[in-house]
Write a protein that binds this ligand. Structure first.
Ligand code: NAD
Length: 254
């Protein structure tokens, strides 16, 4: 019997088969969960729909998380389809290209607002809607990155947004804990995804982490999926407010 048998998950942030959201979806399906997925925009449908179809996913919903209305509508449709859910995955981030790279002092006000809005704030209304569908408790998880803690080249506005996201995770963990809802983040090392490619010099960062991490490997979709299964399952029942790093051990290096 799978670790997530009888559980239902809603996963935001699928863009293509390399997306961390998709890696987590596949791991959840392997463990017996029912999964609904969400994507940001029409342009992604040609990649997202076939993935869903091939894997028997019948809830595939468009949601731009900058819109409170769209978030509310997606959760309303999910409620209609599933009734209740047990797991929410927030694998969504965005930072304008001009504010990723260059001098940090040049980060724009509009870029800052947008990056914080999509990457960090959106977790709050999503967690609120999800909690209303979690009468028996549940597990919410977001995706962060090491740049939330340490200064890394080019991450600029995204680093600030991830720091805010990690604190949203802790505040939500305290707010939702009494209802039996756990809130955590997974912080993977660099991955070759669309979001990863948006940061200039991504390939160099990827190779450097791979050759220096204690395990001499970067995170894989399977490793991240496995951590997500742990957090979503009853094995993670006493873990909340945590940032779990999945990076081959890179972050312990001085
Ligand atoms: P990805 O590009 O596949 O996923 C990012 C997703 O965010 C996409 O599906 C995109 O459509 C979605 N998104 C952007 N703006 C949105 C909006 N307004 N509304 C709804 N969705 C929106 O890349 P990924 O690497 O799988 O990223 C998933 C998460 O993992 C992100 O939070 C990212 O910061 C995080 N992460 C990535 C890496 C990496 O190296 N790739 C490392 C650590 C953490």
């Amino acid at each position: 019997m799978g670790l997530l048998e009888g559980k239902t998950a809603l996963v935001f942030g699928v863009a293509n088969k390399r997306s961390i959201a998709w890696g987590i979806t596949e791991a959840f399906l392997r463990e017996g969960a029912t999964v609904g997925i969400s994507y940001a925009a029409e342009a992604l449908e040609k990649r997202v729909f076939p993935l869903a179809e091939e894997n028997g996913i019948d809830f595939v919903d468009k949601c731009d998380v900058t819109s409170d209305e769209q978030i509310a509508e997606t959760f309303a449709r999910a409620k209609e389809r599933f009734g209740t859910i047990d797991i929410l995955v927030h694998a969504v981030a965005f930072g304008p290209k001009d504010d990723l790279g260059g001098r940090f002092r040049d980060v724009s006000r509009d870029g800052f607002k947008l990056a914080l809005d999509i990457t960090a704030y959106s977790l709050i209304p999503m967690a609120k809607h999800a909690a209303e569908m979690m009468p028996n408790g549940g597990s919410i998880m977001a995706l962060s990155y090491y740049a939330a803690e340490k200064v890394l080249p080019r991450y600029n506005v995204m680093a600030i947004a991830k720091a805010a996201l990690e604190n949203c995770v802790r505040y939500l963990a305290v707010d939702l804990g009494p209802e039996g809802i756990r809130v955590n983040a997974i912080s993977p090392g660099p991955m070759k995804t669309l979001a990863g490619a948006a940061i200039g010099g991504g390939r160099k960062t990827f190779r450097h982490a791979e050759s220096n991490a204690p395990l001499r490997q970067n995170a894989t979709l399977e490793c991240i999926g496995g951590t997500a299964v742990y957090l979503a399952s009853d094995h993670g029942a006493c873990t909340t407010g945590e940032i779990i790093v999945v990076d081959g051990g890179y972050h312990v290096l001085g």
